[in-house]
Design a protein around this ligand. Structure first.
Ligand code: FES
Length: 107
């Protein structure tokens, strides 16, 4: 399981809330980002590589790489820029294989 360290002051002052990630309920700290909450719960790869199917985890943590896209209650957002709110239902996104792709086997 992957975990991240959270400063002690954050842990003392933050309240726990529940969110659901692909049907799995997890307890997270209100106010942290979705990516940090998921990493803390051991969910390291919100994306899948469209070619190999291997996991793709968040990379930049500042809204540039797009590898943290998830759906929150049906809306696509960047998990590194979206804060946890109680009761959110998160779906991990599995991108469709691109049409007319000519790069098979080259990644
Ligand atoms: S981790 Fe790169 S955009 Fe979110």
């Amino acid at each position: 399981m992957i975990g991240i360290a959270r400063p002690a002051t954050v842990l003392k002052e933050a309240s726990e809330v529940s969110i659901t990630v692909d049907g799995r309920e997890i307890r997270v700290l209100r106010g942290e980002t979705l990516v940090s909450a998921m990493l803390g719960a051991g969910i390291a790869a919100p994306q899948r590589n469209p070619k190999s199917g291997s996991g793709r985890g968040p990379f930049c943590m500042m809204g540039l790489c797009q590898d943290c896209r998830v759906q929150v209650d049906g809306r696509t957002v960047l998990g590194c820029l979206t804060l946890v709110e109680p009761g959110q239902r998160i779906s991990l996104i599995v991108p469709a294989k691109p049409q007319g792709d000519t790069l098979d086997g080259q990644l």
